[in-house]
Design a protein around this ligand. Structure first.
Ligand SMILES: Cc1cc2nc3c(=O)[nH]c(=O)nc-3n(C[C@H](O)[C@H](O)[C@H](O)COP(=O)(O)O)c2cc1C
Length: 213
């Protein structure tokens, strides 16, 4: 981090870490939002497919609490198929300007239809239509072909609310392993890893380890 970089303010004492990582994650998400970072809620989502092939892409965090981290996607996409084959994922946040990283690993479950419906309902209409128009991860011949699909669905839903596609919705990642990372000069970074000890039970019990950088 250069001298002119904004200094993080949400205190985290790596020698005396809190017993639970949730409040820290929330504080760090809020702090990222306060800086002029485009998409402070962007995270890398890593999946493993049926053949054991890992893949990663960016998605947006849309919810976070003790029950887990929520993102929305197309369940028929490449990641959707991988999530079905191996319902465990890893998430990674990196805020360069704060020299911070959060890693999350855990089992995934779909959120309820009601929760996905509620989220979908407040999306811009164009995004709702495009969730139907885009067969995410499938080949398409051209931009023109994509726009034609968009026009088809715009016409189909003209004058009526756009329903949520059944293949699109939210996924919750259980907080089974959470790592809080603060960078320091010359690689002497601070890391604390939280490993969940009591499955999905709330409140969670955690093993807390400081890790070498
Ligand atoms: C900043 C950013 C945010 C994104 N947010 C999402 C998202 O929330 N959900 C999603 O399905 N794709 C999102 N994408 C697109 C994905 O990175 C990816 O291209 C898409 O989901 C297809 O991935 P797949 O073929 O591995 O399934 C986002 C991309 C970027 C760059």
């Amino acid at each position: 981090m250069s001298d002119s970089s904004p200094q993080p303010t949400a205190a985290f004492d790596f020698d005396h870490p809190p017993r639970d990582p949730v409040e820290t994650c929330l504080a760090w998400f809020e702090e990222a939002k306060r800086h002029a970072i485009p998409n402070p809620n962007a995270m890398t989502l890593a999946t493993v497919d049926a053949d054991g092939q890992p893949s990663a892409r960016t998605v947006l965090l849309r919810g976070f609490d003790a029950h887990g981290a929520v993102y929305f996607t197309n369940f028929q996409s490449r990641k959707g198929r991988a999530m079905l084959a191996h319902p465990r994922v890893a998430l990674l946040f990196f805020w360069d300007i704060l020299n911070r990283q959060i890693r999350i690993e855990g089992a995934i479950t779909p959120i309820s239809d009601a929760e996905s419906d509620a989220y979908f309902a407040q999306r811009p209409r164009e995004s709702q239509v495009n969730a139907w128009a885009s067969a995410q991860s499938e080949p398409i011949a051209s931009r023109e072909a994509l726009e034609l699909r968009q026009a088809t669905f715009l016409a189909k839903f003209e004058g009526v609310p756009v329903p949520r596609p059944p293949h699109w919705g939210g996924t919750r990642v259980a907080l089974e392993c959470v790592e809080i990372w603060q960078g320091h000069p010359y690689r002497l970074h601070d890391r604390v890893q939280y490993t969940r000890l009591n499955g999905a039970t709330i409140p969670a019990a955690w093993r807390v380890n400081r890790l070498c950088p």
